[in-house]
Design a protein around this ligand. Sequence first.
Ligand SMILES: O=C(O)[C@H]1O[C@H](OP(=O)(O)OP(=O)(O)OC[C@H]2O[C@@H](n3ccc(=O)[nH]c3=O)[C@H](O)[C@@H]2O)[C@H](O)[C@@H](O)[C@@H]1O
Length: 386
Amino acid sequence: MKQLHKSSPTHAPSPAHAPAPKAAKPARPGPRSWIGYLLREQRLLFVLLGALIASTFFLLRPYLSLSPSSHLPDARPLFSFAARSGVPAGFRPPPRRVVVTGGAGFVGSHLVDRLLEQGDSVIVVDNFFTGRKENVAHHLRNPRFELLRHDVVEPILLEVDRIYHLACPASPVHYKYNPIKTIISFIPDLHLLLYKTNVMGTLNMLGLAKRIGARFLLTSTSEVYGDPLEHPQKETYWGHVNPIGVRSCYDEGKRTAETLTMDYHRGGGVEVRIARIFNTYGPRMCLDDGRVVSNFVAQALRRQPMTVYGDGKQTRSFQYVSDLVVKETIDPMATIEFKPNTADDPHMRKPDITKAKQLLHWEPKVSLKEGLPLMVTDFRQRISDE
Ligand SMILES: O=C(O)[C@H]1O[C@H](OP(=O)(O)OP(=O)(O)OC[C@H]2O[C@@H](n3ccc(=O)[nH]c3=O)[C@H](O)[C@@H]2O)[C@H](O)[C@@H](O)[C@@H]1O
């Protein structure tokens, strides 16, 4: 094979038969002549210098950009605010019109503070069953704030961009005291027609969201896991709820609300969010809310024994360190009274927040030791006003 590509000197034309000489073509440079070309007149030096300048430019480009928001290299966190909400640092969302159902309640009123603070216009819809006007009284003069007394079991038409649907009594005391109210509401003017707060209220607000194209957030609860068999609880866990137990009006009500929310998303194209809120405590909780942290704080401030239901071995997100901290913070002499526990009380509850950390860059920031004194200050003030 090699022979076939070799030109033989025996085939070279003799000078006598040679055609007239053509203008000599410049020989195509082979690898050797390229090297020779580069080595001549310090051309190699210029090539290397050019490569150095180009690579320096590309390496430094992220730092040299004139845009202040793009000066960080990829490896650095671009979302300093993302630890809380996934919004880039320095980015302020455009003002929105928002309705918060249950906005005069404990969690709702804190949400309203935050929304107004970021420039949104807020309409609070509350029937004041567990919410209090005092929780939002500081906004009454704000032109971007409106307060409506309305029960979400009845339809309402509002023009908003976002619906935060929080309305529902969340303490076992409230929903055990009035279980019919939690899941079924009696509307006298519609004669024996039963409405369900979680079902009808959520349906009404989802219907509104679909009609006006608003984004919808349902605040659900850790109670959808019931007395969980999986610990800690992941978003994928389906729960262990007693459907005929004393807590089921709340647990099943919220589970149905979640179902409706996803059905409106899948079938109606509504953009939705579901947040399963675990045991929350803080200022503006009802003094006699009945939940463990508010009970202990109020009881300690009133110098009453702190009531422990059952054997006191149940756990929640804040664990039983709360007993100790409350005692230390308010009254080291506080006594403890053991009482029988209620049926179906979850034995242990703790969220698995791996996904929230990964996707939302969210994790709790305030420890019980930091947060509890803020709640105690608020409770002390309100109890002294009694
Ligand atoms: O705070 C919350 O976020 C949750 O509160 C309740 O859920 P639960 O875990 O039963 O809350 P608590 O009433 O505070 O009870 C926690 C544990 O403390 C016990 N407890 C409560 C009150 C008390 O005075 N003493 C006491 O030992 C309860 O038996 C229970 O085991 C609601 O059902 C949830 O919807 C809500 O999400």
